[in-house]
Design a protein around this ligand. Structure first.
Ligand SMILES: *Cc1c(COP(=O)(O)O)cnc(C)c1O
Length: 369
């Protein structure tokens, strides 16, 4: 049908291929029970006090009517100092999801011959990946995880074709938890042609305690086709302010800056993020509290007989199969929201001590069958 003869607006064909993003639900309200949201991997402790002060002062600064400085140069400078990278290698975005959208829409879409470029990632992984890839007009290529819920890097190499433009690695993997090692990532990179970009999504790196864990910043220094993604949403407790960034070489950032949405990061978010970097010790203390709780809860669940894969984020994965919906309902009846994925499993965020204790009591009753 030609555009001139339709009598209503209509979207691009890709709209019909967009999977829904099912965000974590708020917990049910149950009389006498404090409700806890364990479904979105948020930081239960929130941002550090100095950041809250900055946010309060910003409201009084009279600057809310002004547009932000568009490239976030102050924050990029601070990130550069903190991690020892060139500020020009940092590109900020509205969350690391915003940064990822820049990357995908810059490097993958419909090729010149009209055929779709391919973007490879592990599955199950971050729910937003297929959305971002398909929105850009590219084709997602999902490579199933191994039986122990890790990236199947061999199969990901085998999935490379002459249409592949980008590969996403998520470490630690959301929602299953394991992280990739330096040796694994380097072994993988050796199999990837240099014209294919490899994005290492490190949204949860601050929670990772694996001794062999890959450090994306170290890898990007040695591989010109690697982009690292990081965020202030998780460890820094700033999910609502939407600030994240990528780190890659100028050969890549020159293009990302062209595609970046102007003014995507507010000055408020930028200043809050900088203040959080100024108080990294306090941030790390909070992160350690979450890690300690994760270790306690995962150990208890394993003692109860549940299978829990290696967990290096602020969440853990319960591969309950057919029992998954039952677990989500049971948690709901305890004013806990957890994130169920069909009949695969449930992802549970590490929360406040009381929330974790309640979850453990519930799981003991739920039992292994
Ligand atoms: C939460 C998350 C992000 C990013 O979230 P933003 O709030 O957009 O920074 C990115 N990747 C993964 C794997 C995540 O779980």
């Amino acid at each position: 049908m030609s555009t001139s003869t339709t009598d209503a607006v209509y979207p691009r064909p890709v709209l019909g291929q967009m999977p829904p993003y099912a965000a974590g639900k708020p917990p049910a309200v149950i009389e006498g029970l404090t409700a806890y949201k364990l479904s979105s991997n948020e930081n239960p402790f929130g941002p550090v006090p100095a950041v809250v002060d900055v946010i309060r002062r910003y409201a009084e600064s009279g600057q809310t009517c002004r547009y932000p400085e568009t490239t976030c140069s102050a924050l990029r400078g601070r990130i550069g100092e903190t991690f020892g990278v060139e500020p020009d290698d940092v590109v900020a975005g509205a969350g690391s999801l915003g940064a990822l959208m820049q990357i995908i829409s810059t490097f993958a879409g419909a090729g010149e011959d009209g055929q779709k470029d391919e973007v490879i990632f592990a599955w199950r992984s971050f729910e937003a990946y297929p959305i971002v890839v398909r929105a850009a007009g590219a084709q997602d290529v999902q490579v199933p995880l191994t039986a122990d819920h890790r990236h199947d890097l061999k199969a990901m190499t085998a999935a490379i074709t002459d249409r592949t433009r980008v590969i996403l690695l998520c470490t630690p993997n959301n929602p299953t938890g394991p992280s990739l090692s330096t040796a694994e990532v380097e072994g993988f990179l050796a199999t990837v042609p240099p014209h294919i970009m490899v994005v290492i999504d490190e949204a949860y790196i601050e929670f990772n305690r694996a001794s062999d864990a890959v450090d994306g910043v170290d890898v990007y220094r040695r591989y010109p086709n690697v982009v690292v993604l990081r965020t202030f949403s998780k460890a820094h407790g700033l999910a609502n302010l939407r600030v994240g960034y990528s780190i890659s070489r100028p050969e890549i950032t020159q293009y990302l800056r062209v595609m970046a949405t102007p003014f995507a990061v507010s000055s408020l978010a930028e200043q809050a993020a900088m203040a959080s970097l100024d108080h990294l010790d306090e941030v790390q203390e909070r992160v350690q509290r979450v890690v300690d709780e994760r270790e306690r809860v995962v150990a208890s669940l394993r003692e109860l007989g549940f299978e829990v894969p290696q967990s290096e984020g602020n969440f853990f994965w319960l591969p309950l199969g057919e029992r998954t919906p039952e677990l989500v309902d049971t948690a709901g009846s305890q004013a806990l929201s957890v994130r169920g994925f069909g009949t695969e499993g449930a992802r549970v965020s590490v929360g406040e001590v009381e929330a974790n204790d309640r979850l453990l009591r519930m799981m003991s009753e739920f039992g292994v069958r």
